[in-house]
Write a protein that binds this ligand. Sequence first.
Ligand SMILES: NC(=O)c1ccc[n+]([C@@H]2O[C@H](COP(=O)([O-])OP(=O)(O)OC[C@H]3O[C@@H](n4cnc5c(N)ncnc54)[C@H](O)[C@@H]3O)[C@@H](O)[C@H]2O)c1
Length: 438
Amino acid sequence: MKISVVGTGYVGLVSGTCFADSGITVTCVDIDEKKIEGLKNGIIPIYEPGLETKVKDNVDKNRLSFTTEIKESLVDCEAVFIAVGTPPDEDGSADLSYVLGVARDIGKHMTDYLVVVTKSTVPIGTAKKVRAAVKEELEKRQVNIEFDVASNPEFLKEGDAIKDFLKPDRIVVGTDSERAMKVMQRLYKPFTLNGHPIIFMDIPSAELTKYAANSMLATRISFMNEIANLCEIVGADINHVRKGIGSDTRIGNKFLYAGVGYGGSCFPKDVKALIKTADENKYSLEILKSVEKVNDKQKSVLFEKLMKYFNGNLEGKTITLWGLSFKPNTDDMREAPALVIIEKLLKEKAIIKTHDPVAMHETKRRIGDTVAYCKDIYEALIDADALLILTEWSEFRVPNYVVMSKLMKNKVIFDGRNIYDPTEIKEQGFEYFGIGRS
Ligand SMILES: NC(=O)c1ccc[n+]([C@@H]2O[C@H](COP(=O)([O-])OP(=O)(O)OC[C@H]3O[C@@H](n4cnc5c(N)ncnc54)[C@H](O)[C@@H]3O)[C@@H](O)[C@H]2O)c1
């Protein structure tokens, strides 16, 4: 079986590699020549645990290859996955120009029956537009080649992407064609053998499922952040509250952590896009509008605590940031709360020292040398007036407090991820401020 995956980013590269790992012949396509050239030479453009070895292994076994030419990738291909970006437009709706551009390219070059699958997160109605774009190109060519469309949203998490793809909680496929359904069933058979379900549905439901899932997760985060803020006012501890409610099986204990707000390439844009879709259909999603508002505010909570501590004056203060990426195990800096905090600190003329195990390169690409990038957590602490924890990387969890005490000018920790035990930290002689801990 042979497939093409167009768009070689977090989703396309992981999906293509995992499909190849199950024995399918996969061509990954991207318009970014540098990225494809790098991949041909074994250079992985993103940080994702386990990906490099898997890519190499499948390339060595001739099951995985890379090209900038969509045309060659479609030869003898049974399904083509569109996995390009869908960034937010100025009005918050998903920008579909990349997805529809690929659909047109497919129409221009396909030679045989194909299932055209949207894996990108796309609003309801996109599959129809993809179908129309492919059809239009076929008509221009005056050829009559059959094809079907399917919506197959991706639920992988950056940092755990390989595991999520190989052992998915579920696979969602929307299609109105029996033939496409059979192709998708064959493709995903290796991943469903151990009881991981494949759920078939109509196309609009599949398209909406992805947005509803991300919006539900974003809602849990904003909800916990609001409860955490209330905890601080009334003298409660969010960690106790989290355990208390998470043990209720109707609620469950996942995704209940208070922090500095959600970021990343998905939640912010998907919440926005769903609000926009509803607005366009003359329905106002009040809960999601609040989720967004709460999140925007939450990104500043740690900064405000810091300002209060220093009586509103951060000029010349050395502020250390541990963690830059929006979550651990990724170098993705899209919508990372760290960027908001850095901007605010720079405005106050603070001196910023940072360390992140993998995201410093990507941060530097975005904001240059406006902050110092330090080789480890301790170098970043030299002469620090305060330490801010912005990402819960595991290497931050048990630091050497004695070394920290010697390096820091002022021993105060603002823990934006609640990774420390306040009592233990205080015993070590530090002042401590967490989120939702009185
Ligand atoms: N990143 C995630 O964790 C995640 C998870 C689930 C779903 N998604 C969704 O998947 C989609 C892709 O996300 P991503 O994070 O992989 O994006 P990304 O930005 O990492 O990668 C997109 C890739 O598409 C390429 N591209 C753009 N136009 C192209 C074209 N015409 N032909 C070929 N390649 C083209 C870009 O060069 C880029 O390499 C988005 O819709 C996103 O919402 C992302």
